[in-house]
Design a protein. Sequence first.
Lengths: 151, 147
Amino acid sequence: MVSEIYKKIVVATDGSKEAEKAIESAVELARLAGAKLYALYVVDRAAFLATPLVTMPIDVAWGELEEHFRHEGTEATKKIADAAAAVGVEFEAKVVEGHAAEEIIKFSEELPADIIVMGSLGKSGLSRFLLGSVADKVTRNAKLPVLVIRS
Amino acid sequence: MTEKLYKKIIVATDGSKEAERAVKYAIELARDTGAKVYALYVVDTAIPTTSSMSVAWGNVHEFLREEGAEATKKIAETGAKAGVEVEKKLSEGHPAEEIIKFSEELPADLIVMGSIGKSGLDRFLLGSVSDKVTRISKIPVMVVRNY
């Protein structure tokens, strides 16, 4: 079936296990709706530096961390690409840098997408991404529908 | 995926024009996924806060029930046009609590709701209701803003 509304679906991931349910649902929705799926990973430096765990010495090593996050983003979106390919869903991946909520909204509105799908929890241990509050921000500020899926 | 993505979708309405966009998205999502829609309107019993107002509660209550009947009937009609099964449901209490309660009782797979209530009357504040539901709900919540 080709959906009358859902033609472009954005799924935001932070590479965490908590995002997996949202990804699974987004892939299935794209399949049912005949939509194209866009996976977005945001390298969020500010969110990382704002966590209590992180102090100045780590800031010095940001170059390496950025590399780490970019790699994680590539890995995370690659996994979604595989899941989409397995069910014949058209797919595109994007890794950007900036504030997570802002970048998710910017990317989705520029497409423009018809819906944003995202998890509500970030990596619990490291706590650097806080997808929970990101989901809150996106829900409040995005002009398009936001589907939040808890883990 | 062998199991259906969504079997039961709740769309919560406050009867406002702002909720209509959420209804549109919910019905289409149900059509795409083959789900049944439950149109829920909550008569907000928290509205009359002062004693002078509670005197008139009988009238307000009646008005809200009628509004709920109208709003859910409209959703059923929209569903019928799209070939989507819709069940109407009216309940009473605090909107966020009732939405969560109903979703757990069904149990539903998804809650769809608008984010802005009636601006003039301002009595429902769907914005804050959707915030609460998003935070409390264990099942997925889809918020559809009106612009």
